[in-house]
Design a protein around this ligand. Structure first.
Ligand code: ATP
Ligand code: MG
Length: 867
């Protein structure tokens, strides 16, 4: 995708012409930006922040309170209600006027405040895990929130960092950038200082752009444009930067649309028949409006946000931060978790414990070469380099100077440096990397006595066996090789990593994380299969798995994977739990293959090499200490790199999802059933079964009763299986429980009409009581798949439900009810209603097993993977 076209349209207020800033000479650009190579002062930065605004590509979608209120008021439903209030007022029906207004006001305030609270909580969580950048301020390098970066800032970039804004490269060392987010091109682009005459951004090797990432090397960036003035800002503004909806969001939306269509149909139908029977009256119009209000799950969006936000806050208490609320559902639905090894299954306390020569004997020479490589190699420095340097004797590299280097990357899995030592006529190329890879590039082996012998098959096999043996003791290894080169060679490329002399291996230990055993067992018990996808070698991974007693099946190597097509891979991933020596692209291929098999896949990783897979997964997970790229790609961040924390998060995700399902079930079955029977009753009765106001009241009280749902607990069996949104299950529940509730409504109807010969007001009062009591009380039945007395609801839910019921009874059965047209109900009629309600609840209890039945593992196969 060439996005340069987009940058012209939709132009936000430009910062002093960000234009083709990469064509300007550095000095000119510095002068224009009023900047210096050593960065701005804090005061300057503050002043610029006020002038140019925050460095945000997308202006926050969060709206202000007033805007929200405005949006609510023009929603069709509210608009109809307000119209109804106006008509009532105009016809002198002040009672209805006041009550309708009160209802609109109440539900709007309830909705907005709840949502507002939820959103602030989530925003605060997100800020806590936001990505920062290293910026020079007042002459020192400080971590600054990306949104506070201003034009003129000097930013230090290194491997794994996100480029926070557009700018030119002041200096660089082996910097490679991934610009796929802007260009769609997967290959890496070198970044170095200019001048550059290239007219288009892809030619601008001396510029880096917001939204891209540095994959290896280091660079200093002079910021020329921030926020919406960046290329990324221009694109995301025109694309609205909307992430594609998750399967859950799509499901809820589809349900909402279905209900909306049914409602429209029903309301038109009622309106039409009423009109034919008695001409258009204000009351039948209001009745239709009230029915529509009653039918619409208008609180669903709010309840979802609030439930998810509550879930997010509870998860944060358990050290799991959710960046995107809908990820909570995906976490609860996850049935396969892929994880890398270092940091999750090991302590990530890597120690260099020794080095050995090709015969297995301890070797100083190997250690010394490793130190040289780690010390001089540019680009990304891994934990292995840190370990080598930590164990190095002081001044181990004295006398050597760097001539050229080839930094580490995850495809080659090695790093090379070309060094010279004063006075010597030749240079030495020192390579370290994955032992098999380095061995494969070697043609000779250096004996411990310093002589070099050709690597024949026998020797090669002996060294391979040695590597294997050390690996299966749990030692992580890096192969070390060198190659003398002519002094005329001054730079190297990957092609120079050949004809090497293999010297030996450096060995590392990373203690297994004892807590992982229990955490994996918990995840497995919860129906989440754990798979390990590592860039490390098979022997090491196998040893780790055995030490931790992890139950795993099968093993595949990256080499095998590269020989398989996507279909063949999908067939193999199911029964393989260990993947070793895989590169970043293969990590994401494995994830996609699992998704194609219908799994909901989580991927947890912390490195640059994990970012593509994190992105490809249903649930991308990273840890607080991970690289920016990984954290940015992830939807969920663990504050401690511990699978136990994740198991807690999974449980929380399922609980949150279960609570949303309770609301959906209530809405689709009991509420819908009630409104449906009301519509039909209106056709058969000589009068409307409830006055419009009474319906609105019914709806309001019912909404109130549900406020406690987000707080509710979930049964152990719900927490023990992945919870997947399943439209079929929702529909089936509706088709069983909806008619059930209608049957009882009809029974009430018959009883009142023919049993008691109730008058209009009496009828309405009794119907109101039956309708609200069944609607509210059934939550205690359908909130659990167990017999209802075996699962205790959360006290808050019990309080809101029973409280709402009490309010309803108070209104209907005391003189208060006169205001809305209720009349006293004879005790016998009340007793009959109570009995009917009890029978209904018993029937619901008996039928719910059928209705919920196989709620669980349906709809998994044939899911369309998110693109
Ligand atoms: N600094 C380095 N220099 C040379 N080779 C390296 C360096 N860092 C890593 N490697 C090689 O690249 C391989 C893959 O890197 P790494 O182990 O970090 O991948 P990974 O998939 O993140 O592994 P893990 O599952 O342990 O997190 C290593 O096993 C090692 O052989
Ligand atoms: Mg890793």
């Amino acid at each position: 995708m060439d996005t340069s076209d987009h940058s012209g349209q939709n132009t936000p207020p430009r910062q002093a012409d960000a234009g083709a800033f990469w064509k300007e000479a550095d000095a000119h650009l510095l002068a224009r930006l009023g900047a210096r190579p050593e960065g701005l002062t804090r005061a300057e930065a503050e002043e610029r922040l006020a002038r140019f605004g925050p460095n945000l590509a997308v202006v926050s979608l969060r709206r202000g309170l007033l805007a929200k209120l405005g949006k609510r008021l023009v929603e069709p439903l509210t608009a109809i209600l307000l119209m109804a209030a106006a008509i009532s007022g105009a016809t002198g029906d002040w009672q209805s006027f006041v009550i309708i207004l009160a209802i609109v006001l109440f539900s709007t305030v309830l909705d907005i405040t709840q949502e507002q609270k939820a959103e602030s909580a989530v925003e605060a969580l997100k800020r806590a895990v936001a990505v920062t950048a290293r910026v020079c301020r007042d002459g020192t390098v400080v971590e600054v929130a990306v949104r506070d970066i201003v034009p003129g800032d000097v930013v230090e970039l290194d491997a794994g960092r996100l480029v926070p804004a557009d700018g030119v490269i002041l200096s660089a060392h082996g910097a490679l950038a991934n610009e796929a987010a802007l260009t769609g091109e997967p290959y890496l682009v070198e970044k170095r200082p200019g001048p550059c005459a290239g007219a288009t951004p892809p030619e601008a090797f001396n510029a880096a752009f917001a939204g891209t990432t540095i994959v290896s090397g280091t660079a200093r960036l002079l910021v020329a444009a921030t926020g919406r003035s960046t290329r990324f800002g221009a694109i995301s503004a025109s694309l609205q930067a909307r992430e594609p909806p998750t399967s859950f969001e799509r499901g809820v939306h589809a349900l909402g649309m279905l209900i909306l269509r049914l409602t429209a149909f029903l309301v038109l139908f009622v309106l039409l028949t009423q009109m034919l029977r008695q001409g258009l009256s204000l009351e039948s119009f209001l009745f239709a409006v009230a029915l529509a209000v009653g039918l619409t799950p208008e609180l669903l969006p709010m309840v979802m946000t609030v439930t998810l936000a509550r879930g997010a806050v509870r998860m944060a208490q358990r050290k799991v931060v959710v960046k995107r609320l809908s990820a909570i559902h995906d976490l609860g639905a996850m049935d396969v978790l892929c994880t890398d090894k270092t940091g999750t299954l090991t302590e990530a306390r890597i120690a260099h414990v020794g080095s050995f020569a090709v015969d297995g004997s301890e070797s100083q020479r190997v250690g010394a070469l490793a130190v040289l490589n780690s010390r001089f190699c540019g680009g990304m420095r891994s934990a292995l380099d840190d370990a080598i340097l930590a164990a190095a004797p002081p001044a181990a590299e004295a006398g050597w100077t760097l001539v050229g280097d080839q930094p580490f990357d995850f495809e080659r899995r090695r790093a090379a440096v070309l060094l010279s030592r004063g006075g010597e006529g030749t240079h030495d190329l020192v390579v370290k990397g994955a032992p098999e890879a380095v061995l494969a590039l070697s043609t000779h082996a250096e004996q411990p006595d310093g002589t070099s012998v050709p690597l024949d098959d026998a020797l090669r096999a002996r060294i391979t066996a040695l590597i294997e043996e050390k690996g299966s003791c749990g030692l992580r290894l890096l192969g070390i090789a060198h190659r003398p080169m002519a002094a005329s060679v001054t730079s190297i490329g990957p092609q120079d990593e050949a004809d090497l002399v293999f010297v030996g291996c450096a060995a590392f230990l990373d203690p297994p994380k004892a807590s992982a055993t229990d955490a994996v067992a918990r995840l497995m018990r919860a129906g989440v299969r754990v798979k390990i996808i590592s860039g490390d070698g098979g022997a090491v991974v196998r040893h780790l798995v055995e030490t931790l007693h992890l139950p795993t099946r099968g093993m595949m190597t990256g080499e095998e994977i590269s020989g398989l097509g996507d279909t063949a891979l999908a067939a193999r991933v199911e029964h393989t739990d260990l993947f070793v020596r895989v590169d970043p692209d293969q990590k994401s291929r494995i994830v996609r293959a699992l998704r194609r098999r219908g799994h909901t896949v989580g991927f947890m990783g912390d490195g640059i090499n994990d970012a593509p897979a994190i992105h490809a997964a249903d649930v991308g997970l990273s840890v607080e200490g991970g690289t920016d790229v990984a954290r940015e790609a992830a939807q969920i961040i663990l504050l401690t790199p511990d699978l136990g924390v994740l198991a807690d998060g999974v449980a929380e995700g399922r609980r949150t999802y279960a609570n949303i399902m309770k609301y959906v079930r209530m809405g689709t079955s009991s509420n819908f059933g009630n409104m449906l029977s009301m519509a039909f009753a209106s056709l058969m009765l000589p009068f409307l079964p409830l006055a419009p106001l009474q319906i609105l009241l019914n709806n309001l009280i019912y909404d109130l009763s549900e406020i406690g749902i987000p707080f509710d607990t979930a049964d152990a069996d719900t927490l023990a299986t992945p919870q997947v949104w399943d439209m079929h299950a929702v529909l089936r529940f509706t088709l069983v429980m909806g008619p059930l509730s209608s049957v009882f409504d009809m029974a009430t109807f018959g009883l009142l009409m023919w049993g008691f010969g109730a008058g209009v007001d009496e009828f309405r009062t009794a119907w109101f009581v039956e309708s609200i009591a069944t609607q509210i009380l059934v939550i205690f039945i359908i909130r659990t798949a167990r017999p209802f007395w075996r699962s205790r609801p959360h006290p808050i839910l019990a309080a809101t439900s029973l409280g709402a019921l009490a309010v309803a009874l108070l209104l209907a059965l005391t003189p208060l009810g006169h205001v809305v047209g209720f009349a006293p109900v004879p005790p016998a009629m009340l007793a009959a209603i109570a009995a009917l309600t009890l029978v209904y609840l018993a029937a619901a209890e008996a039928l719910k097993r059928v209705a919920m039945g196989r709620d669980r593992h349906r709809g998994r196969a044939g899911r369309v993977p998110r693109s």
